[in-house]
Write a protein that binds this ligand. Structure first.
Ligand code: URA
Length: 234
């Protein structure tokens, strides 16, 4: 692995910053200062940055979990609530959730130790579409659908046009698929509230083209090579 990637993958800093550190003579390989960032690091080599040994980067792991109700999207909780970390605790690498889902939202959450991918998927400029299925109270009229498709004010923020499809309208509630590419706090709940339909349940079914599919609640699966390549390409 190239030296700059080794340092970045170990979580020390970004690859660009690693290039700087190397160029400035802050990096040693096996005790010798190296100023060429493209140099290959072999297994067993000892890399240090500013005198501190860099731990060998761990293998990248990418999983999709089906978050159940009543779990928080965080690694620990001071109130003692269940966390998504518990759902992947048989994986030795320390994985972090990519973005978040509310305590009461279920469905697809990606977890990884790839900081670069987390950045890509959560940065607003990348506009990754996320698909949710919501059960909302009442009738979702055409006027309300049109508002959601145009953008609604959720309190100081006007949402971008959403893609909305009513899957089933029943007398007292509707099942709706909604796709958004922003990630404001409780955004989908607030969007439906803004048009007058309270969300009764909310599930995320896809992130871009990565689908929840038949993954059982509380379970995880490793992402396929194609899914990982696809997410990295976004
Ligand atoms: N929108 C919400 O309101 N909640 C979520 O968990 C995700 C999107």
């Amino acid at each position: 692995m190239r030296l700059n990637k080794y340092i970045a993958d170990a979580g020390v800093c970004s690859r660009r910053k690693a290039d700087e550190l190397i160029a400035n003579g802050n990096v040693k390989v096996n005790g010798a200062t190296v100023t060429e960032y493209g140099i290959q690091v072999e297994k067993g080599d000892v890399v240090s940055v500013n005198g501190t040994v860099v731990e060998e980067p761990s293998a990248k792991v990418y999983v999709a979990i089906n978050k159940p109700l009543g779990y928080i999207t965080s690694m620990d909780d001071d109130k003692g609530r269940a966390t998504v970390a518990e759902l992947v605790d048989d994986i030795p690498e320390r994985l972090f959730p990519v973005g978040r889902l509310d305590y009461n939202t279920t469905g697809l959450l990606i977890m990884t130790n790839d900081g670069q991918l987390t950045y890509t998927l959560t940065h607003p400029k990348h506009e990754v579409w996320k698909t949710y299925v919501a059960v909302v109270a009442g009738v979702l009229s055409d006027t309300r659908i049109a508002k959601l498709r145009k953008g609604v004010d959720i309190g100081g923020f006007v949402t971008s046009p959403a893609k909305v499809k009513v899957i089933k309208q029943m007398p007292r509630h509707a099942v709706v698929e909604i796709k958004i590419h922003e990630g404001k706090n409780r955004q989908v709940r607030k969007m439906f509230a803004a048009v007058g339909n309270k969300v009764q349940s909310l599930e995320r079914t896809a992130i871009g083209d990565v689908r929840l599919g038949r993954l059982m609640s509380g379970h995880y699966r490793k992402l396929s090579r194609q899914e990982i390549e696809y997410l990295k390409s976004l």
